[in-house]
Design a protein around this ligand. Structure first.
Ligand SMILES: NC(=O)c1ccc[n+]([C@@H]2O[C@H](COP(=O)([O-])OP(=O)(O)OC[C@H]3O[C@@H](n4cnc5c(N)ncnc54)[C@H](O)[C@@H]3O)[C@@H](O)[C@H]2O)c1
Length: 312
């Protein structure tokens, strides 16, 4: 079986997990780990794998990279690797600004560029996505994602760190683009937005309210879609789907809840990335998806700063 020769860039909190997946996948040959710190420890964990400080040192040995460095470094690394003709998997967000995202487009050519919007991997969407699309009439879409302060990803605000997941889910599940956004936010433990609620308005009457927070009292990750058909609720933390309909179920109840399978999101993402390279098929989350998410993040930030509704 042909294997894609890969370097993992960044062996921090998430990079450790990505490295394990790369080593476990048959379609990938883990050639190098690029990490400037704790190199002796990484070498012990992965004997036979090159451990270097800069991607330049192994560029000739690889055909693809998995970028798991802090967000502020993504653009420079993605740009460099594309210019060198390497396929790129980049953790979310693709980059920090919409202008940066646009400037990457001409570099992609026939290369694969996949973005790590891992929340797409929930098995719940296999069942729930078609039901959301089938709803006639306006839908109220709501996602809450918050947790107590963990001190991670403080190089960016909560919009770039957490809300971007849900902006991508909103676009993916509703299948349409918002027209306007209004946001309110608070800076609590850092000098950046730590808790933000954004209200997106759609031409067809849909509305989406996304709240993301990193200084809350509890851990919540949930999605709710309300319509005249009833309620769809997905608990992304406990992996449960509930339906509350406008007609009774056979057992005369109005609410049904069941578990859904917990999946290994990082494994699926990398598996799909190598699959897209080896079989020349589209990536599971494309450059366009990544660019759109960065665009709406920029509009949320604009609405936070201006304190007013922004056309998008
Ligand atoms: N998809 C998800 O659910 C999810 C979850 C967590 C983090 N992330 C994303 O993953 C990325 C990394 O997050 P993290 O929590 O692992 O950060 P982290 O700070 O724990 O790890 C980043 C690592 O990259 C290394 N590094 C920095 N610059 C580098 C460079 N130029 N070359 C090589 N290594 C470099 C650092 O030394 C560090 O070890 C972020 O962009 C974040 O948004 C995604």
């Amino acid at each position: 079986m042909r294997q894609v020769k890969v370097a993992i860039i960044g062996h921090g909190h998430l990079g450790k997990w990505h490295t394990q997946k790369a080593q476990a996948l048959e379609t990938c040959e883990l050639v190098a780990i690029v990490e400037p710190f704790n190199q002796e420890q990484v070498k012990e964990m992965y004997p036979g794998v090159k451990v270097v400080s800069k991607i330049d040192e192994v560029m000739d040995d690889i055909e693809a990279v998995v970028i798991v460095t802090p967000t502020s470094t993504h653009f420079e690394l993605v740009e460099q690797c594309l210019k060198e003709g390497k396929h790129v998997f980049c953790e979310k967000p693709l980059c920090s600004t919409f202008e940066q995202a646009q400037s990457l487009e001409p570099l992609i050519k026939n290369l694969k560029l996949q973005v790590g919007h891992s929340e797409r991997c929930h098995q719940a969407w296999d069942e729930v996505a078609p039901r959301i699309k089938d709803i006639k009439g306006p839908r109220t879409f709501k996602i809450n994602r918050f947790a107590p302060f963990k001190g991670r990803a403080t190089d960016v605000d909560v919009v770039q760190d957490l809300m971007i997941h849900d902006i991508d889910l909103m676009l993916f599940l509703l299948g349409s683009q918002p027209q306007a956004v209004r946001s309110i936010g608070h800076k609590i433990r850092t000098d950046k937005w730590d808790h933000v609620t954004s209200h997106f308005l759609f031409e067809n009457g849909d509305q989406a309210i996304i709240t993301s927070g990193r200084n809350h009292t509890k851990e919540v990750r949930e999605l709710e879609v309300m319509s005249a058909d009833g309620c769809i609720h997905v608990d992304l933390f406990t992996n449960k789907i509930s339906f509350g309909t406008n007609t009774q179920f056979d057992d005369e109840s109005y609410v049904k809840t069941h578990d859904y399978e917990k999946r290994d999101h990082l494994y699926i993402e990398q598996e799909q990335f190598y699959h897209s390279i080896l079989n020349d098929v589209p990536e599971m989350v494309t450059y366009d998806d990544g660019k759109k998410a960065v665009y709406y993040v920029s509009k949320v930030l604009q609405s936070l700063v201006s304190g007013s509704e922004i056309d998008v």
